[in-house]
Design a binder for this molecule. Structure first.
Ligand SMILES: Cc1cc2nc3c(=O)[nH]c(=O)nc-3n(C[C@H](O)[C@H](O)[C@H](O)COP(=O)(O)O)c2cc1C
Length: 314
């Protein structure tokens, strides 16, 4: 399960784990927020054992910020630490965070070595294929990271400048797999949304695992679809409305427990469009759902879709 800022609540990670995700990572944490004890960050770092194996992802730039942050994270018991070297946001890259590191493989190696020395758990890295378009530094970055002790590498097949407009480049991911030379597992990432796109990622890159981000929003089922096929060679039917509704209710309930009823609902309401998008929502339904302020107000709207599904089936 990919780390995605704003789409990474602990209850959702728990559901995805149960549905076959083998590994999850928190969204990116900035060291300075951790060091000043930002209450939102501390709350977001809470997790339950059912989510394991779970890594914490940290933004990296220099040892001075990184090492004290790693020290604060250690007692929280994450299974691994993931260093973010792929965030494409201009405001982060301009200050040397995220994908900016892809311009400096030697620095990456240094930061990985420092992290490996500082923590007792594995250190992993998440990269894009490079910074500039057509300048794919990831193989060199990854080589240095592995030499420095990285235990696993995840690569999203786009450059920083390619943002999300550029096509996800499976051959660039294959180059990273080649650079790793089997020393550590490589996770392929980008545009995996279902079983077929997952299989294409495996086949065309030789990666050891796939990471799913946007395709899993409102669709935790995708992990079961892929996991079940890899284990049994069998394609599963997509879940029916009642199953999806149950998942969404569990997600909402878990988020309400953390954020409280109203705030929690504001946090999860937008997921409704993802969970139920394929059940024939029209714009009028969407507009009404966007007005709902509580789970109780949304419930009759979900009942409506359910009745529509039942009458379509009969
Ligand atoms: C809204 C959003 C937030 C994201 N936040 C993070 C993050 O905090 N850390 C990170 O490494 N990647 C982040 N990503 C990138 C994803 O983890 C993933 O690499 C990317 O979306 C490509 O995978 P996908 O096509 O399966 O979504 C984010 C992506 C999106 C769309």
């Amino acid at each position: 399960m990919a780390p995605m800022m704003g789409y990474n609540e602990a209850p959702l990670r728990r559901i995805c784990r149960r549905y076959g995700s083998g590994l999850a990572v928190t969204e990116m944490v900035k060291p300075e927020k951790l060091l000043r004890g930002d209450p939102n960050v501390l709350r977001d770092l809470e997790f339950a054992d059912e989510e394991r194996p779970l890594g914490v992802q940290i933004a990296v730039r220099e040892e001075e910020e990184l090492l004290p942050a790693l020290e604060l994270l250690a007692p929280r018991g994450f299974d691994f630490v993931d260093l973010n070297m792929g965030c494409p946001l201009k405001k982060e890259c301009n200050k040397g965070w995220g994908a900016a590191l892809l311009k400096d493989p030697a620095k990456v190696a240094r930061l990985v070595a420092a992290s490996v020395a500082a923590v007792d758990v594995p250190v992993t890295v998440k990269v894009r294929t490079g910074y500039e378009l057509e300048e794919r530094t990831a193989p060199e970055v990854v080589e240095g990271a592995i030499e420095a002790g990285a235990a696993l590498v995840c690569v999203h097949g786009r450059t920083k400048m390619g943002w999300y407009r550029e096509e996800n480049d499976l051959s660039a991911i294959a180059d990273v797999v080649a650079a790793a030379r089997g020393r550590v597992p490589v996770i392929g990432n980008g545009d995996v949304v279902d079983l077929d796109t997952a299989l294409a990622m495996f086949e065309q890159t030789g990666c050891d695992a796939v990471m799913i981000g946007r395709g899993a929003v409102g669709n935790p089922w995708v992990f079961r679809e892929v996991d079940h096929y890899l284990r049994c060679g069998e394609r599963l039917e997509r879940p029916d409305f009642a199953t999806v509704r149950e998942l969404f209710e569990e997600h909402m309930e878990g988020v309400a427990e953390i954020f409280g009823e109203r705030k929690g609902f504001r946090q999860v309401r937008r997921y409704a469009f993802y969970y139920f998008g394929r059940f024939g929502l029209d714009n009028a339904w969407r507009a009404r759902a966007a007005q709902a302020k509580t789970r109780a107000e949304l419930a009759p709207l979900l009942d409506e879709i359910e009745r529509g599904q039942l009458s379509a089936a009969s």
